[in-house]
Write a protein that binds this ligand. Structure first.
Ligand code: PLP
Length: 385
């Protein structure tokens, strides 16, 4: 049997289904209906309500983040996190070319431009070594301790690493280089809720972190996001995500430019129910990942495993093909058989909006972009069993 056939049979057997198998579908096996109905019955369906407070508190205690602020989606969380980290119009922000477009869009909303540095082939995340090489070559620290681009003197205040498919990036290395170059770290932890680096939750290493609860993520609120940070910044985040309105019994007082980025209570209700199942989801994902790893152990597809010293949430399973032809054949065979697989994102520096961005050498990102394929990774729904 070919590897493709083995993979197709394995997935069909695992999900016990002859129908189309999606890459990642949400499952609602818990209290979702009850909590959402409770929100409707309370009439608090919009941006104020008990489930918003509860969801924020529960994610804070789960991740160990001092504070959290729920937002309407992960992109909004990233946008505000970058703003609060001090990103100003005209700045440059260091990030990776191999990511979902929202990472770059969020910094562009701040009026900043990305600098793309390479990723690591094993973590799939930002490479601290590549960042160090770029900074040594093209940056300096001015007399006010601000890192600047040598040619343009534009400020580089923030580094924005992303934890790809739930696998933690090399956070020790990244934090070290950032400290040396006076950079603030904001983590795009949209894909990595529940992933640990040396026992600590991703999203809690930088000054701020952002989560996503989009429908395809490990837990969902329908649409939603969250900012993880300390108390003072969380207060600022809450303020500017709620139209910068000052508390007042009846007057409309808005004291700065604010955003309507609040998470509705209806969505938070769904989130509270999903969060109760998160550890069970991760346990199930780790069983599936082990099974994929064993299935593919002696094949030409290299299964992507969690980095050392980490617990990955294994949000999306991935393999690295030998070359692009093999990747295309795998994509075709599986999708033809009704099993959804997908290539990794196109490199951000190939998109029209970011084509002219600064970048270092990115051989690993280019290598991975031609080879990585995601495999079905959903939790098994218990409703149909
Ligand atoms: C999903 C995702 C986001 C954005 O989250 P939304 O909730 O869809 O706005 C940002 N970055 C990465 C890496 C993501 O995967």
């Amino acid at each position: 049997m070919t590897t493709h056939q083995k993979l197709i049979e394995f997935v069909r057997d695992y999900y016990q289904s002859t129908a189309f198998i999606p890459l990642h579908a949400p499952v609602f096996n818990g209290q979702e209906r009850d909590y959402v109905l409770e929100s409707i019955d309370s009439t608090f369906v919009s941006s104020v309500g008990a489930f918003v407070d509860r969801f924020e508190q529960e994610v804070a205690s789960y991740t160990g983040s001092p504070k959290t602020v729920a937002t309407v989606n992960g992109t909004a969380a990233l946008h505000i996190a970058l703003k609060l980290a001090g990103v100003e119009s005209g700045d440059l922000v260091i990030t990776q070319p191999l990511t979902f477009v929202a990472t770059c869009n969020a910094l562009a909303y701040c009026g900043a431009d990305p600098i793309f540095v390479d990723v690591n082939r094993h973590t799939l995340g930002l490479s601290p070594q590549a960042m160090q090489v770029w900074l040594e070559k093209y940056a300096f620290i001015d007399d006010q301790c601000i890192c600047r681009h040598r040619d343009s003197h534009r400020a580089i205040r923030v580094c924005l690493p992303m934890h790809t498919f739930g696998h933690p990036a090399d956070l020790d290395g990244i934090m070290q280089v950032c400290e040396k170059w006076s950079l603030t770290v904001v983590e795009d932890a949209a894909e990595s809720l529940g992933s640990l680096y040396k026992g600590k939750h991703t999203g809690t290493f930088g000054l701020l972190g952002a989560l996503s609860f989009n429908g395809n993520k490990i837990i969902t609120t329908g649409g939603g996001g969250m900012i993880l940070t300390h108390e003072a910044l969380a207060k600022r985040a809450k303020h500017i995500t709620t139209t910068a309105k000052q508390p007042h019994p009846y007057e409309f007082v808005h004291d700065e430019l604010g955003y309507n980025y609040r998470l509705p209570n209806l969505n938070a209700a769904l989130g509270c129910a999903q969060l109760e199942q998160l550890e069970a989801f991760i346990a199930e994902k780790r069983v599936l990942s082990q099974a994929y790893a064993e299935l593919l152990a002696n094949s030409s597809l290299q299964y992507v495993v969690e980095p050392e010293h980490c617990r990955s949430n294994y949000w999306l399973n991935a393999v690295i093909c030998e070359n692009q032809q093999q990747r295309d054949a795998l994509l075709k065979a599986t999708n033809d058989a009704g099993i959804m697989t997908r290539p990794i994102w196109q490199l951000m520096n190939h998109l029209p909006m970011y084509r002219h961005a600064l970048k270092g050498d990115i051989p690993n990102a280019e290598w991975l972009a031609q080879r990585v394929v995601n495999l079905p990774s959903s939790i098994k729904s218990q409703q149909h069993l």
